[in-house]
Each structure stands twice: as C-alpha cells, then as structure tokens.
Write a protein that binds this ligand. Structure first.
Ligand code: DGT
Ligand code: CA
Ligand code: CA
Length: 601
C-alpha cells in the first residue's frame, strides 16, 4: 500500500482525479443542503474536467484554466489548489464536518442527499450497513416520507450497489482503456494495442480490463506500461503479462505477444470463456488444437498462419463472429449453419434522431451540430430539444418550438450537408399522456417521447405509462425506454415485454440510447424487440458536439443485441424514414410536417 501512495503522488493529479474531487465536494455540499444552480455548477465542472482532452496541469502552467467550460475564477483557484495539494480548503472543511460513510449512502440507488442527511441526523445512520439494519427493523418508518415502500426501495438499492461492486460501468472502463492505449501507443516498440475481454464484447460493466499488445519487445513494453503515471499499483510484472491497478477502475491485465501471435491471443482474451470453449470443441473435431498461442494442426508445433481473427474462424469453417455477440448465446450455431446475420455497422446509419441544442439543455448551436453531423457523413439529424414540463432543462413551450422551426427551416434552406429534422423530446406525464398538444406535434418532423419527471416511481405504473405513450399516433420513438444509468440507477419497474408489444402494435420504434452511461435498451431487449418487428433507433442523445461520436458506441451495443440494418430505424435513407413516418401517422388520421426535401414542404 505504501508503494501505491508513493506512486500516486509522483505525477500531478490527472483530470479524472480533479473531477473526482469536484464530485466529492458536490456530494458533501448537497448533504449540507446545497441545491440548484450552485450544485449543478460543481457537477458540470467535474464533467467538463473529466472530458477535457488536455491535462489541466498543462493548462494551469499556461494560465489557461478558465478556458475550460464551466471553470470560472473561483473553480480555477480550487483546481490550482488540487493540483498542488490534491485537495483544497473547502473540501477539507467538508470532510471534517461529514462522516465518510455518508458518501457511501448517497451512492445507493434511490437514496439521495436529502434522505442520507435525514437518516444521519435523526437516526445516526452513517453507512450502508447501518441503513440496511434500520430499514429491516422498520426504524425508517418514524421519519417523514420514509414509509414501507421507500424502505423496500432502499433495501433493493443496497442490493444493486452490492451487485455492481467490483465491476466498472462501461463508460468509465472505455475512458480508462482509451487513455492507457494512447499512452501505450507512444512506446516505439508497440505495433498494435487494443482492449480485449468484456470491454471489447461491450458488456455494460467490466470486471477487470484486459489489454493486448503486439510487440517484438514484450518485457520492455510491459515495464513501460507498469511505469505509466495512471498506474497506482503493480500487482505482477512478468515477461509476457502484467497486472496493475488504476485508481479510476481497479485491475488492468496486459498481455504482450509477438505480432504473428496477436490474432490468436486477441481471440482468446476477448472471450467469452463460453464462446472459446465452443471454438475449441469445433477445432478438436477438425483435428486442430486452439489456444491463446494459435491454431495448431494435431502434432504440429508452428501454428496456422493468421493475419487476423477472421483467418482463425475461416480455418474452423466459420464466418467472422463479431466480438459483441461472442457469448455462446446462439451465435456459434448460427455461424455453423451459415445463418449468422450481418449485424449493423456504423456506416449503415444514415442519421441520428435524438440531439439537444442550446435551445434546451444542449451546449451547442443547431448549426454546429448539423455541421458536425455532415462531417460524420450523416444524411439527416433530428433536433429534439426537451418539451415544456422539463423546466430544469429549459424545455420548450409550443411557442418556442415554433420559433425553433423558423431557425431550422433557414438552416435547411442554406444547406449544411445534412438535413435537419425538427423534432422534440416530449415529456410523458404520469398518466402516459404527453405534455404537448397534438396540434403542435403535428407541425414537427419527428417526435420522441421520454420519461424524466421525478414522479415517485413506485407510485406510478411505469408499464401503463410507457405503453400508452408508445401507442400515441404521433410518437415515433420512445427514448431510453427503461431509464437505467449503468452502475448508478436501476431500470424503471417497466415490463419491457409489454412495452415491445405496444410498440409493435402502434408501429412506434424504441431507442437504443448510445450514451455509454445508458445503453438503454439493453441488448436482450433489442433482440426481443427486433424479433417482434419493432424498429430500433440508435441515437446519441448528444448534448454537445463531442457526444455525436457516441454513435459508434451505440452501434457496438446494437450488435450485442443482434441488430441488423433492416431493423434499425436510422439505417433508413431520409426518404425512407419520412415515408415510414407519413404512412404510419397517416394511417391513423394524422399528418406529418415533412413531406419531402426542403422546397417541397
Ligand atoms: P470480466 O473481466 O468479468 O468483465 O469478464 P472477461 O470476459 O473480461 O473475463 P476475464 O477478464 O476473466 O478474462 C478475459 C478473457 O480471457 C475471457 O473473456 C476469456 C479468456 N479467458 C480467461 N480465462 C479463461 C479460461 O479459463 N478459459 C478460457 N477458454 N478462456 C479464458
Ligand atoms: Ca476482464
Ligand atoms: Ca482479466
């Protein structure tokens, strides 16, 4: 442990570490009763620091900290303190005032700062174990607002926290992996490096991160890796593999192999273990032996040459199986039968149907979003800012929506290389109706419906609410249908099977939200929905330009859900999409604003 701390203190604090301190301050301030704008400022600062491409230590040297979005003079001073001392006076004061276990309480899904502060003050509950005991013994009932239902929800939350423990949400694992791979690539002896294991398979949580490197100097590259500033502890360092710990996520395993052995090693370490077992059986039946070093003909010591994984599959008489579906969940049988579908690729997607601009809570202009989408080769985008009842996101009233239509029409006349559809992310109210009148929705090009409102979830029948919204003739897509935030918030109690039936009946599509924090719908439901004939829309839900790149993440998640281009709503051409919409809306007596390209409207 001594080594860990020494090591961690050698480099300046990373952006992740600075962001973590801001999040900690936010949590502690919230426990003290801070709300609203001030609190959001801390979260926003943490997010923009974490996603800033350049180390803040460099910006600080140049006196440019305040060029980071959300960092003004007072936050810049805190960043300077953290860079120097890894903490700051406000954080130290808050840490003295509030016992450390209280932060653990806030991490329990369904327990906010208010509840945590309440049980701490009134019952002296200062960690998760004490809260669990209090809930089981019925001691919460004496507190305002904490009835039996809340107690049950709290116990469920403690359980899901335990389930998540030791696993890292994919968004964080991706960020850690990208940083480590970028660092590795700087070593001249590194020929190739990529993530294998569950991350490459796009599992929504990752146990440990597995990286693979091709190099002629394995031992040297591994020593270099172990010395990277991000590494907080070296667990094992050998000639071909290293295991280290990284503060942001836990264990990282790295294997270094010589380039000819790379494909077999990648196949092996990508897994899943179950998929590998099936491949080895097939190899054996064909007179081969398959292991992490290669594919060998019985009795031979040098492996069958393979330039990539596809060559190994081919030698086994199989088509290439994409990593995302390697779960022994039917893919091996399908591959053997020659029936493995061509799953959706990024290049299949022609548009992104869920974007936010400065009109509501996005951070960029519609023009900038459209230009970025055009650069990415998208034929169309739908700008879908929030509707009026989402006040904290500056949701649009019908009047503002109509003003927005004018701006979008002008941008389309100008022609930015992508067609901008005027949409809205309409709020689904507690009873499943929408917060915006049909007459207004009829004047839009595209409508997605979503639940965000903080209605006590257990008090509302979420299945009834969402199925009703999916049945609304003017709703094209239900956004992030289950509301989960990976590693933070469990899905709503919604019967997804019934939602899929409702969507199939009305012709409404369901979203696969591409934000790596959500990936909602989950893969098993994507597969189920597509089988029921429901279209899936892979959307970024981007609130800034950078997040448009999440489309690639969504495509990986979509493949994990066996999505084919045919079942992907936004794999349709613009004309196809508009026709799809006109027909399904028209069939129910409504009209759609867009008839065709600008000029014809
Ligand atoms: P995780 O870390 O729990 O999220 O899941 P994985 O799949 O990354 O599992 P991990 O890190 O234990 O191993 C990475 C890959 O290495 C795994 O997907 C397949 C391969 N592997 C590991 N152990 C075995 C084994 O005993 N047999 C076989 N066939 N493959 C293994
Ligand atoms: Ca792993
Ligand atoms: Ca591993």
């Amino acid at each position: 442990m001594g080594k860990t701390e020494e090591k961690g203190l050698t480099g300046p604090p990373t952006n992740d570490e600075i962001a973590a301190r801001f999040e900690e301050m936010a949590s502690l301030l919230e426990l003290k009763g801070t709300e609203g704008y001030k609190l959001r400022a801390y979260h926003r600062a943490a997010q923009s620091v974490a996603s800033h491409p350049e180390p803040l230590s460099e910006l600080s040297r140049r006196g440019e900290l305040q060029t980071v979005r959300g960092i003004g003079a007072s936050f810049a001073a805190k960043v300077e303190e953290i860079l120097k001392t890894r903490t700051c006076p406000l954080l130290e004061r808050l840490r003295r005032e509030i016992p450390p276990g209280i932060l653990e309480l806030v991490r329990i899904p369904g327990v906010g700062a208010k509840t945590a502060a309440l049980v701490w003050r009134e019952l002296g509950v200062a960690d998760a174990a004490a809260l669990e005991a209090a809930a089981k013994e019925g001691r919460l009932a004496s507190l305002k607002g904490l009835g039996d239902k809340r107690a049950a929800a709290i116990l469920a939350g403690i359980e899901s926290l335990r389930r998540w423990e030791g696993r890292t949400p994919i968004a964080r694992a991706m960020a850690v992996s990208e940083t480590l791979l970028r660092e590795l690539a700087r070593h001249p002896a590194v020929v190739r490096a990529e993530a294998a294991g569950s991350l490459r398979r796009m599992r929504e949580t990752v146990g440990d991160l597995d990286l693979l490197v091709a190099t002629e100097s394995p031992a040297e590259v591994l020593r270099f890796f172990a010395s990277l500033p991000l590494v907080s502890e070296v667990i094992a360092l050998g000639e071909t593999k290293a295991s280290v710990r990284v503060t942001a996520m836990g264990q990282v395993d790295v294997r270094a192999v010589r380039p000819p052995g790379y494909p077999a090693a990648l196949l092996y370490f990508t897994g899943s273990k179950e998929h590998n077992v099936r491949l080895r059986e097939i190899a054996k039946a064909l007179g081969y032996k398959l292991n992490e070093y290669g594919l060998f003909r019985e009795g031979e010591t040098s492996p069958v040459a393979a330039a990539g994984e596809a060559d190994i599959y081919a030698a086994l008489g199989l088509p290439f199986v994409p990593p995302e579906v390697r779960e022994d969940d039917g893919e091996v049988e399908a591959a053997i039968a020659g029936e493995l579908p061509a799953f959706v690729e990024l290049s299949d997607l022609k548009g992104d149907l869920h974007l936010h601009s400065l009109w509501s809570d996005g951070r960029d202009e519609i023009r900038a979003l459209a230009e970025e989408a055009a650069r990415a080769g998208l034929e169309y985008i739908a700008v879908t800012d929030h509707s009026r009842s989402l006040a904290f996101a500056r949701g649009l009233t019908p009047e503002r929506l109509m003003q927005q239509a004018v701006e979008i029409a002008a941008l389309n006349r100008e022609g930015l290389g992508t067609r901008i559809l005027h949409g809205c992310e309409v709020e689904v109210l507690g009873d499943g109706t929408l917060d915006t009148p049909d007459a207004v929705l009829e004047r839009l090009d595209f409508v997605i419906a979503a639940v965000h409102s903080p209605v006590r979830r257990e008090a509302v029948d979420m299945t009834a609410r969402l199925t009703r919204a999916a049945g609304h003739p003017l709703v094209d897509v239900i956004a992030h249908p289950t509301g989960r935030i990976i590693g933070q918030r469990e899905p709503y109690p919604v019967d997804v099977g019934r939602l899929i039936e409702a969507a199939a009946a009305s012709g409404c599509a369901l979203e696969l939200n591409a934000s790596p924090h959500r990936l909602d719908l989950a893969p098993q439901y994507v597969r189920q929905a597509a089988a029921a004939g429901v279209k899936i829309s892979v959307n970024t839900d981007a609130h800034d330009l950078r997040s448009l790149a999440d489309l690639a993440v969504g495509v990986g998640a979509a493949r994990r859900g066996w999505l084919t281009p045919r079942a992907a709503l936004n794999a349709m051409s613009l004309d196809g999409l508009l026709k799809w919409r006109r027909e399904r809306i028209g069939a129910r007596g409504y009209r759609s604003a867009s008839a065709g390209p600008p000029g014809e409207v």
